[in-house]
Design a protein around this ligand. Sequence first.
Ligand SMILES: *[C@@H]1O[C@H](CO)[C@@H](O)[C@H](O)[C@H]1NC(C)=O
Ligand SMILES: *[C@@H]1O[C@H](CO)[C@@H](O)[C@H](O)[C@H]1NC(C)=O
Ligand SMILES: *[C@@H]1O[C@H](CO)[C@@H](O)[C@H](O)[C@H]1NC(C)=O
Ligand SMILES: *[C@@H]1O[C@H](CO)[C@@H](O)[C@H](O)[C@H]1NC(C)=O
Length: 345
Amino acid sequence: MTTWKLTSLVGLIGAFLPTYAAPVDSLRQTFLPLPSRIVTQAAENGTYIENIAVRSNGGLLVTLLQPSASVYAVEDPFSRSPSMSLVHTFEGANGLTGISETSPDTFVVAAARYPGLAAPYQNTSTLWELKLNNKGEEATVHKIVHIPEASLLNGIVTVPSYKAAVLVGDSVLGVVFRVDVTTGRYDVVLDIPELKPIVGGPIDLGVNGVKIRAGYLYWSNTDRASIYRFPIDMLGYPVQGAKVEQVAAIKNASGVDDFALDRQGNIWAATDFDNMLITIQKDGRETVVLGSPTELTVAGDTSVAFGRTPLDRHILYVTTSGAAAVPVNGTIIELGKIVAVDTRG
Ligand SMILES: *[C@@H]1O[C@H](CO)[C@@H](O)[C@H](O)[C@H]1NC(C)=O
Ligand SMILES: *[C@@H]1O[C@H](CO)[C@@H](O)[C@H](O)[C@H]1NC(C)=O
Ligand SMILES: *[C@@H]1O[C@H](CO)[C@@H](O)[C@H](O)[C@H]1NC(C)=O
Ligand SMILES: *[C@@H]1O[C@H](CO)[C@@H](O)[C@H](O)[C@H]1NC(C)=O
């Protein structure tokens, strides 16, 4: 099911021009909400799409938190009728969270066993490597490491200058693990209050999405509805003695899930339970660019990622849980989906 919400023809022609995300400054002059379309929607009941990685060939890989620990692929997401196909279901787990590319067609994925939503059994968190062939038809996996002390591994980011290492946020412990994906060696490298959930807070999740840009680790903290950053070195270790900075405090939503940084450094944040996509400019100005608490458009938006090809560099792909955790208007849920948002407006 693929329906352009605005004029499909204009969208398709526009898609062939190599353009980039609009500087958010121009959003003031842009018609809001931004145009969006459903790329594809899951077919299985209770499908909660949790995270997204964009392949070097432009395809999408998404992880499911429910109903199974599965990775699905979407080839050519900018084509007319893309569909989701199963890549792999991990054994010994029933849910996945973060996914990050370490080299073309090789990804790190976090898996665990969950008795309910967003609270895994202790001692079940594992990082896996997933390798795809070019067409994504065949996947091979191997276990990188089981992390017994992890509580809820969530966002994963590859260190761009040292791709054998990933940084992984633990939303419940409120720490960042650094994991060497070749040896499986891991350490807690950052443990500060800005990573922690708020005790008795909205949903008891701290650090959620993690990104690296220009020597900084950025993260969202769900309970604090904020984005922070901390300087890191070339190997991905936090710089000794450096200070954390608050980059954004979101006012229009009660929490924040994953986020992306565009080329200009603006933040595009998924608000999950508040069913909105929000931008925060470098000066802190905040704009709701899509969705609202009472709409299904991006209801339960869990993560976002920009396209990587000239055709879709200006497209932000948004994954959703289908409002599974907090139904729209108290009762309305749907199946998880992937929405393409034209950030040029
Ligand atoms: C999905 O769940 C709904 C509500 O529980 C149910 O009515 C429907 O039959 C289910 N569909 C499938 C394909 O299982
Ligand atoms: C944790 O899990 C591992 C592997 O499944 C198992 O060998 C170990 O006994 C468990 N530890 C605890 C404390 O349950
Ligand atoms: C909330 O979003 C609205 C609509 O985008 C925006 O005008 C407003 O400035 C935001 N509120 C704050 C406090 O940033
Ligand atoms: C939720 O309720 C509001 C107010 O009645 C309505 O405008 C909106 O369309 C409803 N949302 C959905 C998804 O039906």
